[in-house]
Design a protein around this ligand. Structure first.
Ligand SMILES: [Zn+2]
Length: 512
């Protein structure tokens, strides 16, 4: 039976009377999302190309920027390599012409995310918006349609769900979840419009019957107690946070835990080992970006993650944008999100360096697997507090400065253990309001519980320099490094995450 997976948009317009019917329909649609991972890759490719053709058509009709950019390409052409690359800077400087809905504007989105209370609201009543953390240079504003969210949740329920059964069994499992919803505990590093944590707060209403959530800030002093009381099936956090939690497993009582999910930063092989040994459940490391949140689902048996190739295209390329074969390390990746028709990302350049796997995967998922990811290491400072050392990540700084219009770039330097100098580089001709910037930063630091331990100095510079050793720009620089008297287990975590590049290719099996 060939079931064409249609855009489920019509399911969102269900009338009150049709609610139960549409709930079943949606459950069915969600259930079918597992199937593609077992299907012949040739068939998945056909489906992918149909969606690509449709996206290119829509984009050319409704986006004046893309229409102009593609004017030299034959209208019927769907051969992606013929299409020019789109950069972040280009996307941001032509934002209003790139988007396909004229009601969406850059200033409108910026105004919307200024107010943190909007984090659970839909922009213009129908879109979710976020911005990337800017860890790879200029931050990007991202507007997503409902389909992108539906896919994210459906993939998490099926493809990213360890032990999930496909087909009818999967459908039955989904229906059973109505009586016994899955319990997902998400540890958040920072409130705000960062895609990875807040996205779960935008769970479509029809999915709420399947999942219950606990959101706990990583800085919460009762973190362990709250997680124990909630008793999650799935525990989710960034690799660095999960690694630190794995040192506390003697305090956790998690009889129902089935899997651990990490996201956002690079998971080092040492961290993977420590986390799986501590929690004794499979670890799914999702690789995604704000531009395509449903891009992959972590592989439960090998390292890395499987690309959801039916709805996204990932091209690994070298520095001249030439294709790099599986098994070889690329220089960057080009992303095409086949679901987002409001802000089309087509051959969109992301700085990550990847290696695609050459062999079929033992877990049974036939989607292409990213074997190794280089970069995206968490930057953090170790700060002394009355209860010992605590890590301070880049999040408070990012949230305070990434969306100040007058700030082109920022850099935080830990000059002494508890003293941080923050340098702001304004856009040409602008004068940053240091008082307002300091206030904003202190608000963000207060949320981490570290405000009273830190001395912060802000200054303006005309140009921030790149690192003399690596010639890369670094936002977080520590002059004091890892404390000498840091506990040994914490030290291991710290040293691991401090490494510039890390290998993920050893295919350590997770304990059964
Ligand atoms: Zn796999």
């Amino acid at each position: 039976m060939h079931h064409t997976m249609k855009d489920p948009t019509h399911l969102h317009n269900g009338t009150q009377g049709g609610k139960i019917l549409s709930c079943i329909e949606r459950s069915y649609w969600t259930g079918t999302q597992f199937r593609a991972t077992r299907r012949n890759p040739v068939r998945v490719h056909v489906e992918q190309q149909q969606r690509l053709r449709q996206l290119l058509e829509t984009t050319r009709v409704r986006s004046s920027y893309y229409r102009e950019k593609y004017r030299h390409i034959d209208p019927g052409c769907t051969n992606l390599v013929e299409f020019p690359v789109m950069t972040k800077a280009e996307m941001m400087s032509h934002f209003d012409q790139v988007v396909t809905d004229p009601a969406v504007t850059r200033s409108g989105v910026e105004h919307f995310i200024e107010d943190i209370r909007n984090v659970k609201e839909a922009f213009l009543g129908k879109y979710t918006v976020s911005h990337t953390s800017g860890s790879q240079g200029q931050p990007t504003l991202i507007v997503q349609n409902q389909l992108g969210l539906d896919l994210l949740f459906a993939f998490q329920m099926t493809r990213g769900n360890y032990g999930h059964h496909g087909g009818l069994l999967g459908f039955i499992e989904a229906m059973q979840r109505i009586r016994q919803p899955a319990r997902l505990a998400v540890i958040i590093n920072q409130q705000g419009f960062f895609p990875s944590a807040w996205i779960w707060q935008h769970l479509p209403e029809y999915m709420r019957v399947y999942m219950q959530f606990l959101f706990v800030p990583a800085s919460d002093p009762d973190l362990v107690k709250k997680i124990n009381e909630f008793s999650p099936n799935v525990l989710s956090a960034t690799p660095a946070t999960m690694d630190l939690l794995s040192l506390k497993t003697d305090q956790f009582r998690l009889p129902k835990l089935r899997q651990v999910v990490t996201w956002s930063e690079t998971l080092t092989s040492a961290a993977r080992r420590r986390i799986t040994e501590a929690f004794r459940v499979p670890l799914m490391d999702n690789y995604a970006s704000g531009e395509c949140m449903f891009l992959t689902n972590g592989c439960p048996s090998a390292t890395g993650a499987h690309v959801n190739a039916d709805w996204a295209i990932l091209e690994v390329v070298d520095e001249n944008y030439q294709p790099v074969v599986p098994g070889r390390l690329g220089n960057k990746v080009l992303l095409t999100n086949l679901a987002n028709t409001v802000q089309p990302f087509i051959r969109y350049e992301i700085g990550d360096r990847l290696i695609m796997a050459t062999e079929p995967c033992g877990c049974g998922n036939r989607m292409p697997r990213i074997e190794k990811i280089v970069g995206r290491v968490a930057d953090f400072f170790w700060v002394r507090t009355s209860t010992g050392y605590r890590p301070l990540t880049a999040y408070p700084f990012q949230h305070a400065f990434d969306y100040r219009r007058e700030v082109r770039e920022w850099q935080a330097e830990q000059v002494e253990r508890n003293t941080i100098v923050v340098r702001l580089e304004p856009i040409p001709g602008a004068v940053p309001d240091l008082v307002a910037a300091q206030k904003r930063l202190e608000e963000r630091l207060a949320l981490t519980g570290l405000r009273q331990d830190l001395e912060i100095r802000l200054e303006t510079v005309t140009r921030l320099a790149t690192d003399v050793y690596t010639s890369k720009f670094r936002r977080m620089i520590s002059r004091v490094g890892i404390p000498q008297d840091l506990d040994q287990p914490l030290r291991e975590v710290a040293e691991d995450f401090a490494s510039e590049e890390c290998a993920l290719h050893d295919s350590a099996r997770v304990p059964a």
